[in-house]
Design a protein around this ligand. Structure first.
Ligand code: G3P
Length: 251
C-alpha cells in the first residue's frame, strides 16, 4: 500500500517527504483553507509539487459538470501533472467520464459506499477515495465498507486505485492495508504517530545505555598507556652499553 500525505502544510509535507516513504499528496479546499484562508491556491499547489513530485490531487469546487470541467482544464493549464479531484455526485460522474475520455487522471472523492465506488470506476476514475473516519463518525464500520469495496475490485479486476482517506488514527491505516487499499492518504500527525512504538523507544534507550556502560567498563580495564617511541630507521640507532647508557660515538 502506498502512502500519500493528506495535507496542504508545506512544513509537514517537507518533513514527511524527508522520510522517503511518500508517493504523493492529496489536498482539498478545507485543507488549503486550514493553512491560510487567503492562500494562493495555485502557488501553494506548485510549491507542494516541487517538494513531492509524485501524485498530487487538486479538487474542483464547482458542483455542475460544465463548471467542474472548466476548473479542471484551467488547473491543467498551470499544472499539467494534476490529478483532478471530483466529488461523488451525478454531475461529478459526468465530468469524470469526459476527463477520463480526454486522458486526464481523476480522483473521485467523498465516496462512502460500494455502489458509489462502482459508479466512480465505471465513469473512468483513476482513483476512488473512501472516507474512513467520516463513516465511523456516523457509526458505520469503515473497515468493513473498505473491505467490501476492495473485494469487489479484486473480483471484477477493476483498474482504478482505491485510496483510503479520512484516516484519523494508526488503526485506520492498518485496516486500510488489511482490506487491500492501494493507497492510504494520511494526515501528518497520524503518519508520525504510526511510526512510533513504546517498545522501539524503550528498546533503543536500553541499547544506548548498555553501549555507554560498555564503554565505561572498557576504559576502566585499559592498562596505563605506554608511550611507544618509534626508532628512527633512517639513522643508525646510537650504541648503548649493557646498562643502556649511550656510548660516546668515536671516542
Ligand atoms: O482526504 C480526505 C480528508 O482530508 C478528510 O478527512 O478527517 O476531515 O474526515 P476528515
Amino acid at each position: 500500500m502506498e502512502l500519500y500525505l493528506d495535507s496542504a502544510n508545506l512544513e509537514h509535507i517537507r518533513q514527511a517527504e524527508s522520510l522517503g516513504i511518500l508517493s504523493g499528496v492529496t489536498t482539498n479546499p478545507s485543507l488549503l483553507a486550514k493553512e491560510d484562508p487567503k492562500v494562493d491556491v495555485k502557488k501553494r499547489i506548485l510549491e507542494i509539487y516541487k517538494l513531492v513530485g509524485g501524485h498530487l490531487s487538486v479538487e474542483v469546487i464547482s458542483t455542475e459538470t460544465t463548471g467542474m470541467l472548466k476548473e479542471a482544464y484551467d488547473i491543467l493549464k498551470w499544472f499539467p501533472e494534476a490529478t483532478i479531484k471530483i466529488p461523488m455526485i451525478p454531475a461529478g460522474l459526468s465530468a469524470v467520464r469526459k476527463l477520463s475520455d480526454d486522458g486526464v487522471p481523476t480522483n473521485v472523492t467523498l465516496v462512502f459506499s460500494a455502489n458509489q465506488a462502482i459508479a466512480a470506476q465505471n465513469a473512468g476514475a483513476s482513483y476512488v477515495s473512501i472516507f474512513m473516519g467520516r463513516l465511523d463518525d456516523i457509526s458505520l464500520e469503515s473497515a468493513r465498507v473498505l473491505e467490501d469495496i476492495c473485494q469487489i475490485w479484486e473480483m471484477h479486476e477493476y483498474d482504478s486505485e482505491i485510496i483510503a482517506a479520512s484516516i484519523r488514527n494508526p488503526i485506520h491505516l492498518t485496516q486500510a492495508a488489511m482490506a487491500g487499499a492501494h493507497i492510504a492518504t494520511v494526515p501528518y500527525n497520524v503518519l508520525m504517530q504510526s511510526l512510533k512504538h513504546p517498545l522501539t523507544d524503550s528498546g533503543l534507550k536500553s541499547f544506548l545505555d548498555d553501549y555507554n556502560r560498555l564503554q565505561t567498563e572498557i576504559s576502566k580495564l585499559q592498562p596505563n598507556r605506554i608511550e611507544i617511541v618509534k626508532p628512527n630507521l633512517t639513522k643508525p640507532a646510537p650504541k648503548t652499553n649493557k646498562r643502556g647508557a649511550i656510548k660516546k660515538q668515536g671516542l
